[in-house]
Design a protein around this ligand. Structure first.
Ligand code: GZL
Ligand code: ZN
Length: 339
């Protein structure tokens, strides 16, 4: 590739990169300092991360950074602070610098075609991770590795179906609906869409279930709290909270307890991520089902990036392993989560 045969010293490339990112991404971005990027002969990977909106996200970032350090890969990390335009700027700076591989977590599904076309024109392979993208031309990226949000949604639906199976059987007589509220993730993100779709796919054939309320809390604990205050004001007869991530769930639990409600008893709660605080809440009976979404994908991501840098092809679609933790499980067997 262009820089390889005219390979200027890595030290100079790094300084160049810091200057480019500094001017492209603006003063608000995370400043790179030289000590963060040791000069070695590993490949250089541009990593555009969404932000730090949840414990899951910060664990995911750490996993990638640790794996890169482990492999001697030079990682140029950019925190987009929840803005797609910052991600696009960061990708452009990676292209300008001619990193060997781009790895990015697309905050939303759409709007990536142009910048990925520029990456392809520059001959830089792109690995999409965690969230998926919709592009006209699938060859604009080399592959995806992450979690299966549709399956997460289906597992949430199956838990609710099982938890309320008696009410289902009585429904013809009682006409008693099971009322659900949904704390939705980031609008337009593939994970929120998948979690919502999978959940509805399972419950739609059962008219006894009704979704009374669904609003985006953007995966933020503070928004989960605010939305819970609102839906608890609006509805007296909520049976289930389905929350797209633990951060929002923890906020909703706070709001419930302020109102004297008993989470996990007065209202059944299903939550996704499986951060430590959610497992603790499961053990305390405050939530009833925790669906794991595995953030520790750093080693697989770096391995795939190295294969791309070596000119290899990689699988188009790779899901990482994830569990479901139920209130009826032997919860003492769950290892410390690390996030
Ligand atoms: C899921 C990931 C989501 C987590 C949230 O793959 O994109 O974003 O569920 C995080 O905690 O903010
Ligand atoms: Zn039914």
């Amino acid at each position: 590739m262009f820089l390889h045969n005219k390979r200027i010293s890595n030290q100079f490339r790094i300084i160049l990169l810091i200057l480019i990112i500094g001017c492209f991404v603006g003063c608000g971005a995370q400043k790179k300092n030289l000590s963060q990027i040791e000069d070695n002969d590993g490949i250089i990977v541009g990593f555009s991360q969404i932000g730090a909106e949840s414990a899951w996200r910060t664990c995911n970032t750490r996993s990638v950074q640790d794996a890169a350090a482990e492999r001697g890969v030079q990682l140029v990390y950019d925190n987009a602070e929840q803005k797609q335009e910052n991600q696009i700027k960061a990708l452009r700076s990676f292209i300008a610098y001619q990193v060997d591989v781009i790895v990015f977590v697309p905050i939303v599904k759409d709007g990536w075609d142009n910048v990925l076309q520029e990456a392809r024109d520059a001959g830089i392979p792109v690995l999409v991770t965690d969230r998926k993208i919709d592009v006209e031309d699938q060859s604009l990226y080399a592959g995806f590795i992450g979690t299966d949000s549709l399956k997460e949604g289906r597992n949430a639906g199956l838990f609710v179906l099982d938890k309320f199976k008696d009410s289902c059987e009585q429904f013809d007589k009682t006409e008693e609906h099971i009322n659900i509220v949904e704390l939705y993730g980031t609008e337009g993100s593939s994970v929120a869409l998948g979690r919502a779709e999978g959940f509805r796919e399972v419950l739609d054939p059962h008219p006894e279930f009704r979704i009374l309320y669904s609003k985006s809390g953007d995966f933020l604990r503070s928004r989960g709290y605010e939305l819970a205050v609102e839906f608890l004001e609006m509805h007296e007869d909520i049976d289930v909270i389905y929350s797209h991530n633990d951060g929002m769930t923890l906020g909703a639990i706070e709001a419930m307890e302020e109102k004297g409600l008993v989470p996990g008893t007065d209202i059944v709660i299903i939550t996704i991520d499986a951060q430590q605080a959610a497992i603790d809440a499961l053990r305390d009976g405050k939530v009833n089902c925790v669906i794991e979404c595995n953030p520790k994908t750093g080693p697989e991501i770096i391995q795939l990036a190295e294969r791309l840098a070596a000119g290899e092809t990689i699988p188009r679609l790779q899901y990482v392993h994830e569990e479901v933790f139920y209130e009826t499980d032997d919860l003492s067997l769950i290892e410390p989560r690390g996030y």
